[in-house]
Design a protein around this ligand. Structure first.
Ligand code: ATP
Length: 202
């Protein structure tokens, strides 16, 4: 699915509502040091469900909220909306009835994040799965941050494999397998408890 538009409000240095149209073809972001180029890439990663504050260059997730400047007070929330082209109907069932789909993440100070897809409340996991299956996403190799190439060259083979798996779009399957294994373990321990109860009754 192609990105069409990125809207930011109160996210890092983008305190005022900012609406970026992402046209077809190559998009370049240019500007002086410190003007917010990396913040834009982080907004993309964040709306796709990034949960590591460190990946957002912060110590807590609230650090993505505009922290105030000499002339402006801090904000209480940040919101990023990513609009994607869905003309090929690749969005998950339930969100697949229009030509565009909007993913929204909003964080409120001391409260945490809330997500919406197509205006409906969803869990973080739903958004992460949506992008993992589309082989984009917060950890996608399509988003290359500063210093990442040298990290990749120096990475351990296991970590490098993870990057390849993400590119192949199978990391969503790993996540589902992990969840299925946890459920299986839960069911097995429930069965043991049932056996104990039956033994006591016999
Ligand atoms: P460079 O070219 O040096 O890599 P850049 O254009 O990528 O810079 P960013 O790193 O995206 O710039 O933006 C840094 C700016 O964002 C800094 O001025 C910093 O003060 C500001 N900033 C980051 N987080 C917040 C926040 N929570 N509130 C307000 N401003 C913030």
């Amino acid at each position: 699915m192609r990105f069409n538009r990125l809207k930011l409000t109160g996210f890092k240095s983008f305190v005022d509502p900012t609406d970026l149209i992402i046209a077809e073809g190559l998009t370049g972001v240019v500007g002086p040091n410190g003007c917010g180029k990396s913040n834009l890439l982080e907004a993309l990663r964040w709306v796709m469900g990034e949960t590591r504050a460190k990946a957002m260059r912060g110590s807590g997730m609230d650090d993505v909220i505009f922290a105030g400047a000499s002339t402006r007070p801090a904000r209480n929330f940040a919101e990023v909306v990513l609009q994607m082209d869905n003309s090929e109907r690749l969005a998950p069932a339930g969100f697949n009835d229009s030509d565009t789909v909007e993913i929204t993440r909003r964080i409120t100070r001391d409260v945490g994040s809330a997500y919406k897809v197509g205006g409906k409340d969803v869990r973080a996991r739903d958004v992460q799965m949506l992008f993992a299956d589309a082989s984009t996403g917060a950890h996608s190799p399509a988003l290359v941050r500063q210093g990442q190439i040298s990290e990749l060259i120096n990475a351990k083979p296991k970590n490098r494999r993870r990057i390849l798996e993400e590119a192949a779009g199978i990391s969503g399957l790993y996540q589902r397998r992990h969840e299925a294994e946890l459920k299986l373990k839960g069911a097995e321990s429930n069965l043991l408890r049932v056996d104990d109860v039956i033994e006591q009754l016999a």
